[in-house]
Each structure stands twice: as structure tokens, then as C-alpha cells.
Design a protein around this ligand. Sequence first.
Ligand code: URA
Length: 464
Amino acid sequence: MNFLPLIESKREGKILAPEQIQEFIREFTAGKIPDYQMAAMLMAIYFRGLNTAETTALTLAMRDSGDVLKFPRDSRPLVDKHSTGGIGDKVSLPLAPLLACLGFRVPMISGRGLGITGGTLDKLDSIPGFQTLLPADKIVRQVQQVGCVICGQTDKMVPADKKIYALRDASGTVPSIPLITASILSKKLAESLDALILDVKFGCAAFMQTKADARKLAKAMVALGNECGTNTRAILTDMNTPLGRAAGNWLEVKESVACLEPRSRRREEAQTKSEIRNPKSEISQSLLTSAATSDDLRTLVLECAAHLLVQTKKSKSLAAARQLAEACLNSGKPRKKWDEMIVAQGADLKAFNQKLALDSTAKVIVEVESKKVGFISRCDARIVGEVIRDLGGGRLTKDSPINYDVGVDQLAKPGERVAKDGGLCRVHAADSAQATIAAARLQTAFEISAKRQLPVPLICESIN
Ligand code: URA
């Protein structure tokens, strides 16, 4: 094809026809368009944008650049969630088995972390024996038999996105709403979903820093998902504070499993642990007790499930759906489903349970203590994310190795009271020198105020 006139058209702000977009995606995927020309097109799109019809054509052409998962007919709707990513965001882990127990099929195709944001596959790689790379036929079989799978994209799924994303990364064209929309949705649409919930984060550790930008991206993705035949909704959620009480790959798996425990049992266990671990003061004891319950994580997991119940007409209202999801979580069935899912993906359950029983798998643990009494008014998710990345828990480049054991846990959350010398969090590190540096940096993540400030809401709005 002669690609140059299309680049020039977009450079001049003209509209491309769907057939032109389909053709250049096909040719680029087949290696027939050089990277320098595609990079020029991406820059033209970055500055000139794409209208809805163009973005739809791009998304569908990218989806169709490789295999689309095909499932047998079944009364259980196919659903998934996508998050734009943040610190401590482990929602996918408890959500997949919960959704399977609510009567859904969940082909959850996830990604790896880069920079400060964690990736679901990296967290799962910390489970002994767990396989994240599965062929398409195994993905379909597991979804049919177990109800859920969490795995990586196969080599044959959406190859156009892999090639285009690498070029965007190298050409400064990542932050473009139509390109982000097409990239995310082409992968989700390749799962053949009936319904999709998008968790679009805003704040200091999010891809979109402001609520207004997050709303713009959410609206574009919701419109396009619905246009392409998948019932799509979005929620806007705060990512100024880490989600939950733990961040770091293995520590997040631990917290996800705790989130799946029926509530009363979780509370009792948390109480016992906090009494053993921190006998110092009444205040830090009560802080640790609440610290193990991770209510924001549980709230977000239930909210995603509730939206999908309404989207698929399994519930009439969000209120009824939240109750249904909560009752299911408290039944203990999703906790059992988790074991079934990880065993189906090769996990060694005995080794997993032994690892789960350990307080820490890192070489060194250091407690970060508050220098004064007061109320937490800030716990900066960006600083926490940078500290974990530098401890070895994240990647600076796509190929950097990861230390799964490092991270932070028992994070104090905004609005909570802390005593002088009371715990703000614990650092899990590979050696004491790194733990000391991390602890000093984590002190700067926290602000302690004399007066309690009401924490900002976690879920700000939903977009249908
Ligand atoms: N995540 C993706 O998969 N694609 C983007 O473009 C941005 C975030």
C-alpha cells in the first residue's frame, strides 16, 4: 500500500476512512510498513486526534490483527474488568473468583508492571508453580470448567497492539486518548466479552493525574466499548493513596487472599496477628487491627462485581447487586474458587499455603514509625510506588528482573490515628541498607495532622 498519503492526510487533520485504517493496520502487522512511517502516523494522530468512527475502526482492526477467543454458548455471561493501574491495585485477584461464584465466566487477560505501577501477572508469578502464559485453547477450557482464568495475552492475540505500543513508547505518543482507548479495548474485545467494567484511576500515582482527564478517557472508552457491542461502564477511582494495606508482588497476593476470607473470620485472624506483632501501645494495636482488613480493597472489588451484575441484568439495582456480591464473598466460596483457579494453572497448593503462613518472605523487615501523634492526612501513592520499584519490586525496563518478596504492608491510611512511634507501615527488603533507605523515603510519603481530615472518597463517579 502507499501509506504516505494517509500520513499526510492525518497530518493535515483530515478524516481517514475505516477501510484505510483497516488496511494500514493489516499491512503494519504483516511487517509491510516500516516503523518510521508508522511512528509518523502515530504522531499525526497524537496531534490531530481521531473521531469516534476512526477510533472504532482502529480498535476493531487491532482486535482482528490476531486470534479472538471463542467460547461455546453458555448461560453464564463473559465479563472482565480493566484498571488503568496504580499502587497496591490487586482488585483483579479477588475479583475473578468472586465473579466466577456469581455465575460469570471470566477470561481475565492481564499485563505486567512497568515503572511504578504493578502488574497482575507479576503478582501471580510469586505463587509457586503458577503459570501465566497459556495457549488459547487452555484459556477457553479453564474458563468453561473453573469459571475464571487470569493469564497473559498469547503471542497470537492483538499483535498489532504489541507492535504499536512499543513504537508509542519510543516515539512519545503514549498519552493520546484515541490511541489509549484503541490499545486497551482491542485487547478486551479479543476476549469476546458480554460486559466490561473499567476502573479509571486519577491522582498522583495514576496514568491520568486529574479527575477531568480520567473522565475524558473513561467516556471515550465507554462510548467505544458499547459501540463495539460490549456493555461497558467505567468508575473513576482515587489513586492518590495506595489501594489496600500492602503493595509489592507477594504481599499483594497475601492481601488478596485475606480479602477473600469471609469477613468475621478475617477480623479475628487480623486481631490475633496484630496482638502478637505489635504489643507496644493500644493505639498502634488498634491501627494494625484495622490495617489488616483493607476495606477500600474489599469495597472496590464488590463495586466492580456489582456493576457487572447490573450490566448483565443479573441484578436490578446497584444496591441489590452489592448485597448479592457481599453475601457471595462472605460465603467462603470465592476463597475456595481461588484455590481451584490457581491449581488449574499449575500452582503447588501446599507450597502456596506454607508461603501464605509466613509473616514475610523478604530477608529484612523494618517498621516505619511515626515521629508524632496525630491523624494521617496523606499517604502518597507515588512515593510508595517509587520506593517499591527501587527495592526491586518493579521494573525500570521491560526486561528487568523482579524481586517478588519486597514491598510495604500494614500501611496506615488517611483519617487514621497514629501514636508517636506507632507504625506507619513495614518495609520488606532484600537487605538492611536498602530497608533503611526505603524507610527514610517512606517517612516523606506520610503527613500527620493534629486534626482528623475526612478521607476523600475512593469511588467518585460512574460513567454508563
Ligand atoms: N494500557 C494499555 O494497554 N495501553 C495503553 O495505551 C495505555 C495503558
